[in-house]
Design a protein around this ligand. Structure first.
Ligand SMILES: Nc1ncnc2c1ncn2[C@@H]1O[C@H](COP(=O)(O)OP(=O)(O)O)[C@@H](O)[C@H]1O
Ligand SMILES: [Mg+2]
Length: 222
């Protein structure tokens, strides 16, 4: 049994207290977990992820975070959150900057150790040769790899990813999931991923959370 990283205590997820999206969410995320969140569009999957990340306040209950809110959580939004005019390397280094002191000047080069994390992540994801290219000229699959490298380089204890496998071809899914899994094992961390492709989710996850009728139902656990 791994260490608990996050505990959601009877959490109600949503924006409007009169109309919560998901209620009575009481779950724990344990080191080593790869959890896939399934459910129809508009049901609140992204909001649940943002609640775990601390970006949305729970309407009820509370989120007990056993990891540092800054640096400890790596969030890969659905729209990736990359800066398209900056180089691949600059984008990946933004990931490691999250883990630096908030007073570290943004115009200073990142320290050597963190530079190595960024380089290693780019190599693992097969984008090292693109380091100097602006992100905007890359394909969708390559951009997803950049977003993954950025998060892996940050070395978070918890990776939250929103539908990031969706548009990838099989080769890209393999590269991305292999790298993320290796990182999770090396850092004894965990991942929660929203995924609309059910077969794919079951292939890569060891736990499945299905959101239906305003509840979270745990389906598969292995
Ligand atoms: N910032 C927000 N304020 C209010 N309502 C929102 C906000 N973001 C999303 N919603 C609404 O919350 C519901 C769930 O959205 P979302 O969590 O994105 O669902 P999913 O990811 O499952 O498709 C939708 O009806 C959406 O319109
Ligand atoms: Mg969503």
């Amino acid at each position: 049994m791994g260490e608990p990283l996050v505990h959601l205590h009877d959490v109600a997820v949503g924006y409007d207290p009169e109309h919560p999206l998901i209620v009575d969410v009481d779950v724990e995320i344990i080191a080593g977990d790869v959890i896939a969140v399934l459910g129809p569009s508009g049901i609140g999957k992204t909001t649940l992820l943002r609640t775990i990340a601390g970006l949305v306040r729970p309407l009820d209950g509370h989120v007990e975070l056993g990891v540092a809110p800054r640096g400890g959580v790596g969030y890969i939004p659905q729209r990736l959150g990359l800066v398209s005019n900056l180089s691949v390397q600059a984008n990946v280094e933004m990931g490691v900057r999250v883990g630096l002191s908030r007073w570290y000047p943004p115009f200073f080069a990142v320290p050597k150790t963190q530079q190595r994390y960024a380089e290693r992540a780019m190599e693992d994801l097969g984008i090292a040769h693109l380091a100097d290219h602006p992100v905007r000229i890359l394909s969708g699959g390559q951009q997803r790899r950049v977003a993954t490298a950025k998060t892996v380089a940050q070395r978070p204890k918890l990776v939250l990813a929103d539908e990031f496998l969706g548009e990838l071809d099989d080769d890209n899914v393999d590269i991305v999931m292999r790298t993320v899994r290796t990182a999770i094992e090396a850092q004894n961390s965990a991942m929660v991923m929203v995924e609309h492709h059910e077969a794919l989710a079951k292939q890569v996850a060891n736990r499945i959370w299905r959101i239906q009728d305003g509840r979270l139902v745990e389906e598969l656990s292995r």
